[in-house]
Design a protein around this ligand. Structure first.
Ligand code: CTP
Ligand code: CA
Length: 233
C-alpha cells in the first residue's frame, strides 16, 4: 500500500466516496431507508486507495467491513452525510455512490409511536438535501471546494441512459454511472455484479456486466486518466 501511495495513478490525490444507504428516523425504533449494501461504493473506495489516493469514505449504515487503507466516517441520515462530506472536502475527486433517502420524516418523534388499534396517522415527509447536487453546483473555481471531478450514480429500472443524462444536467456533475437495477439487469441490488453505462457530456460508454470490484477498478482507472488529462490543460 505504501508503494501505491507513492507511485499509483492517484498518488497525491484525495478521493471522497459516499456509500451505503441513509437511515432517516421516524422514532427511536423505526426509520426510512433505501436498499443498498454499500458493496459498490466500498469497492470504489478500496480501488482508489489501491491506486495511491488518500481516501475518505463517508458510509451510511452497512453490514460490510471497512475497506483497507481508507479513512471511514460514519453517517446515519442524509443531513449527517452532507455534513460529513462538507467536513471531508476539499478533494480532487468525489464519487457519490450512496443511496441517500430522498425524504425523511418531517418530525422524528422522541419516543416510540404506539399503535392504538385504530388507523395510523399519515407520516408527514420532508425533502432531504441533495448531497451530490449541493457539491457539484459549487462554482468551478479554485477555493470553492468543488472537486475537479464530481461523479454521481443513477440506479434506474427504466430508460436507464436517458434518465442518467437528465441527472447529469440536473445535478451539475461531470459523470453519471448509471446501472440497470431492474430484474433484467441481473440482481444488482445486494449482488456482486454490476452492469453500467458511463454518461458524460462527451457521450455514453457501456461496460459489460462485471464484478463490482472490477467495475470499481475500471472506474478508478477512468477517473485517474480524466484527472491527469484535465491537470495538463
Ligand atoms: N444523491 C445525493 N443526495 C440525495 C439523493 C441522491 O447525493 N439526497 C446522489 C446519489 O448518491 C447518486 C445521485 O444523487 O449519486 C442520484 O441518485 P438518485 O436517487 O438516482 O437520483 P435522484 O435525483 O434522487 O432522483 P430519483 O430518486 O427520483 O430517481
Ligand atoms: Ca433518489
Amino acid at each position: 500500500a505504501e508503494s501505491a501511495r507513492a507511485r499509483g495513478p492517484l498518488a497525491g490525490r484525495h478521493v471522497l466516496v459516499t456509500s451505503g444507504p441513509t437511515h432517516e428516523p421516524i422514532d427511536p425504533v423505526r426509520y426510512i431507508a433505501n436498499r443498498s449494501s454499500g458493496k459498490q461504493g466500498h469497492a470504489i473506495a478500496a480501488a482508489a486507495a489501491a491506486a495511491g489516493a488518500r481516501v475518505t469514505l463517508v458510509s451510511g449504515p452497512v453490514a460490510i467491513a471497512d475497506p483497507p487503507g481508507v479513512a471511514v466516517v460514519r453517517a446515519e441520515s442524509a443531513r449527517e452525510m452532507l455534513a460529513a462530506v462538507e467536513a471531508a472536502l476539499p478533494a480532487d475527486v468525489a464519487i457519490f455512490a450512496a443511496a441517500v433517502a430522498d425524504w425523511r420524516a418531517a418530525e422524528a418523534k422522541p419516543s416510540k409511536l404506539k399503535k392504538d388499534g385504530t388507523t395510523p396517522a399519515p407520516l408527514a415527509l420532508a425533502l432531504n438535501p441533495d448531497i451530490l447536487a449541493t457539491i457539484a453546483r459549487r462554482p468551478r473555481e479554485p477555493g470553492s471546494g468543488r472537486p475537479a471531478l464530481v461523479v454521481g450514480f443513477a440506479a434506474e429500472t427504466d430508460d436507464v441512459v436517458e434518465n442518467a443524462r437528465a441527472k447529469l444536467a440536473r445535478k451539475g456533475c461531470d459523470l453519471v454511472v448509471a446501472n440497470d437495477v431492474s430484474a433484467a439487469g441481473g440482481g444488482v441490488m445486494g449482488g456482486d455484479f454490476n452492469a453500467v453505462h458511463l454518461v458524460s457530456p462527451e457521450g455514453v460508454e457501456t461496460w459489460a456486466r462485471a464484478a463490482k470490484d472490477e467495475v470499481a477498478r475500471r472506474l478508478v482507472a477512468h477517473l485517474a486518466s480524466r484527472l491527469a488529462a484535465s491537470s495538463q490543460e
